[in-house]
Design a protein around this ligand. Structure first.
Ligand code: NDP
Length: 334
């Protein structure tokens, strides 16, 4: 049994993660919020024994094995470092930090301390993306040449706080959504991006220089080019993830979502057919892998290093959108 503290009385904890921890044999024993009353109300609503506004109390508690960090993005770095220093395993929300060096430090400190450190990139746990990865590995579309990610949605009103008006909290669509595109592409393709180019927009929702839409291209090591579109302001459009190969293509529809849904069509010279997809709650898959990593030393579904790659790509996209330049994605091997 892994005993968890939640750092952040957040929507994602509320909507997905508490249930995922409980469904996979973990126990949620504490919640930390910057506001003591909110912590108390959250704990009471979700039947969590202990509520506090003091993270140190929780980190000093030897009965807590792991910490799930889902505060706003600027807080991930100091909170993760404190948790790692206290010897806790850490599952941290994306983006890991606002600066690449900070994220790299988080991963290095976790390695040094010998604790498990994971990034909560949920999409690589989707049955649809796993099916596409396998189809490529099985040679069903030949050599992947290009990809398209359609990840443009309407940001629900209850999530429109810091994402659209707090640059210092790491708001904006790039660190919120494009980092997931980078991680999912890396997972499905099994290679890393090397360069990006992007144009951002503020189409009426985000303010203070934050983007609520971005389109761009990532180029990968093999030369593959991947087009991506992320937005907070697009209503009713389906999401999608498509890979075009030398001998066929994979068309995933409704697959860039938190829900275990969506279809994948394979088209090649032999046929057009729907691939079998094993749908399972993405967050339960993530937490189960994390529990296994704590118990047996296996790897979490997305490691800290994966989080470093997605952040590096997101920061490069932001720089390209800001400067108009093509920007390299540089991450040390690991
Ligand atoms: P929320 O805005 O719901 O929560 C973030 C923080 O906001 C909380 O930690 C909380 O601070 C504070 N907060 C919550 N409610 C209130 C309130 N009523 N008044 C004042 N402050 C409040 O954000 P999300 O849950 O959407 O996102 C949290 C993190 O999770 C982000 O890093 C985001 O990128 C990530 N995320 C990841 C997803 C994934 O699928 N991997 C999906 C959604 C988000 P405090 O704890 O101090 O009370």
């Amino acid at each position: 049994m892994v005993r968890w503290a939640l750092v952040g009385a957040s929507t994602i904890a509320r909507e997905w993660m508490i249930a995922a921890i409980r469904a996979t044999g973990g126990e949620v024993v504490a919640v930390v919020s910057s506001n003591a009353d909110r912590a108390k109300a959250f704990a009471s609503e979700y039947k969590i024994q202990f509520a506090t506004s003091d993270i140190e109390t929780v980190l000093a508690d030897r009965g807590i094995d792991a910490v799930y960090i889902s505060t706003t993005n600027e807080l991930h770095f100091p909170q993760a470092l404190a948790a790692i220093a206290a010897g806790k395993h850490v599952l941290c929300e994306k983006p890991l930090a606002l600066h690449l060096g900070d994220a790299q430090k988080m991963v290095a400190e976790a390695d040094h301390k010998g604790v498990v450190f994971g990034t909560n990139h949920h999409l690589r746990n989707a049955g649809s993306h796993k099916a596409m990865k396998k189809a490529i590995a099985d040679g069903l579309i030949g050599r992947p040449i290009a990809a398209r990610v359609h990840h443009a949605v309407q940001l629900p009103s209850h999530l429109q706080g810091w994402r659209i008006d707090k640059p210092n909290a790491g708001g904006g669509v790039i660190l919120d959504m494009a980092v997931h595109d980078a991680d999912t592409l890396r997972f499905v393709l099994g290679e890393n991006p090397v360069e990006v180019t992007a144009i951002g927009q503020s189409s009426g929702l985000a303010s203070l220089g934050l983007e609520d839409g971005v389109m761009g291209i990532m180029q990968f090591q093999s030369g593959l080019i991947a087009q991506f579109h992320d937005a907070f302001t697009v209503q009713f459009a389906p999401t999608g993830f498509e890979i075009y190969g030398s001998e066929g293509c994979l068309i995933g529809t409704d697959v860039m979502t938190q829900k275990p849904i969506g279809r994948v069509i394979l088209r090649n010279k032999d046929s057009e057919r729907e691939l079998p997809v094993e749908h399972r709650n993405l967050y339960e898959t993530a937490v189960e892998a994390f529990h296994n990593a704590v118990k047996s030393g296996s790897k979490p579904a997305a490691t800290g290093h994966d989080g470093v790659w997605s952040l590096a790509t997101g920061l490069a996209i932001a720089e390209s959108a800001r400067t108009g330049n093509r920007v390299s994605v540089n991450v040390k091997a690991g």
